[in-house]
Design a protein around this ligand. Structure first.
Ligand code: APR
Ligand code: PHB
Length: 405
């Protein structure tokens, strides 16, 4: 729904803006908010409804730099009030627990546990309060002429076709979006790794098993104990890719989670009815470059990380930071040269997060014959090293709290 219709008035669709943003996920909304603060006009086109966007359940570990960016965008207040500051997390390897003291190992850094859905809600509210235009339920959004200085977005809404003229298109339309797909195949390189397992997630209104997150490596498979608040828990189990959430009763989920935890955590686990249960595949993916004339890719449109380490939203935020710098330079100087740095700068950080997410995923999951006996032994040795070596833990901690922009 467009903002105009939210107030019960007929929507007049915008025909001109400086930046046309496709996608009202965290990347598009944060970019829109930062542009607004910089005095640059932007319109967001989103194919779904606002309620649909808010219904998606995603990870919720916010790096310190992401939190600072949300503050700078004036949308950090609720995160600061309701988010949980975490100074560490635990690794549990074959029943043995090791705390990773993030603050001690990184010179005082922390992460904030706050659901991505809540960030999306805060950004939507800020946008509505500022009277900025978001066209929800925009169909067949098509980026055109982005190899010229006068790109256009064509879209359908309310049964009619509309055109939005702009100077720049920001493709914040997620992994399945139209922007990356609109680029000539010869102009883009895609790098991808698919993992041979999925995560079965369960959300429940029960107190978390621990005040910090626990990442579990177990012969039966990976598990993760996370949370949304002191009364809402989010748990995951590594599962077969062909499995279905419908195969898992709540009782079966809790019993399997308990099996993978160490005895103290298993005894402390509070169970209850699930609010949601779903399976997500795991993927590593990067598109290069991220700029095609006046079209820019940011967030999941440009890259995917497996969820181990919760880098997805944080990477979207660093993309927005770099893209904002490029766009403010461009609108200040009128020079295309200001746009040139976005892709290399964003990609340098993206690949570091890809490496970390791949490493943490590879280390903690069971591969079931998808790797050689030699690789399996090496992984055992790496886990043993990580559990004992403060230097190895410092590297994990440095990446977990987030590398500098
Ligand atoms: N036209 C308009 N909107 C579109 C189109 C399209 N053709 N295709 C996709 N979209 C919208 C989607 O409906 C979605 O709301 O783009 C939005 C993309 O949002 P996200 O998928 O949340 O991606 P992003 O904003 O980059 O967020 C990155 O979200 O997926 C997680 O792990 C990821 O945490 C990371 C964060
Ligand atoms: C989550 O809370 O959903 C979550 C937390 C940490 C992760 C992944 C997911 O690494």
């Amino acid at each position: 729904m467009a903002e105009g219709r939210l107030r019960g008035q007929p929507m007049r669709f915008p025909t001109r803006t400086q930046v046309a943003i496709i996608g009202a996920g965290p990347a598009g909304l944060l970019l829109g908010q930062m542009l607004h603060k910089a005095g640059i006009d932007a319109v967001i086109l989103e194919q779904r409804s606002a309620d649909y966007v808010l219904g998606r359940i995603r990870a919720g570990v916010i790096e310190q730099t992401t939190a600072a960016l949300l503050d700078r965008a004036s949308v950090g207040a609720r995160m600061r009030a309701e988010g949980l500051v975490h100074h560490g997390f635990s690794l549990c390897v074959d029943g043995e627990r090791q705390r990773i003291d993030l603050s001690r190992l990184t010179g005082g850094k922390i992460v904030t546990v706050y659901g991505q859905t809540e960030i999306t809600r805060d950004l939507m509210q800020a946008r509505a309060e500022a009277g900025l235009v978001t066209v929800y339920e925009a169909e067949n959004v098509t980026p055109l002429h982005f190899d010229t200085a006068k790109p256009i977005l064509r879209f359908e809404a309310n049964g009619a076709t509309h055109e939005l003229a702009c100077e720049v298109i920001a493709g914040c339309d997620g992994f399945h979006g139209i922007c990356r797909a609109s680029v000539p195949p010869s102009a883009i390189s895609l790098y991808e790794k698919i993992y041979p397992f999925g995560w079965l997630g369960l959300l429940a209104d029960v107190p978390p098993v621990d005040h910090e997150l626990i990442y579990v490596r177990h012969p039966r498979g990976f598990a993760l104990c996370s949370m949304r608040s002191k009364t809402r828990s989010r748990y995951y189990l590594q599962c077969d890719l062909n499995d279905s959430a419908a195969n898992w009763s709540d009782e079966a989920f809790w019993a399997e989670l308990r099996r993978r935890l160490d005895p103290a955590a298993a005894a402390a686990l509070t169970t209850g009815p699930s609010l949601e249960k779903s399976i997500a595949p795991l993927r590593s993916f990067v598109a290069e470059p991220l700029r095609f004339g006046r079209l820019f890719l940011a967030g999941d449109a440009a890259h995917i990380v497996p969820p181990t380490g919760a880098k997805g939203l944080n990477l979207a935020a660093s993309d927005v930071h770099y893209l904002l710098e490029a766009l403010t330079g461009f609108f200040r100087t009128g020079q295309d040269a200001a746009l040139a740095h976005y892709s290399p700068r964003a990609l340098a950080r993206i690949w570091k997060a890809e490496r970390f997410s791949w490493w943490f995923t590879s280390l903690m999951h069971r591969f079931d014959g998808a790797e050689s006996a030699f690789d399996e032994r090496l992984r055992g040795a790496e886990l043993a090293y990580l559990m004992q070596s403060e230097a190895a833990q410092a590297s994990l901690a440095e990446n977990y709290v987030g590398l500098a922009f």
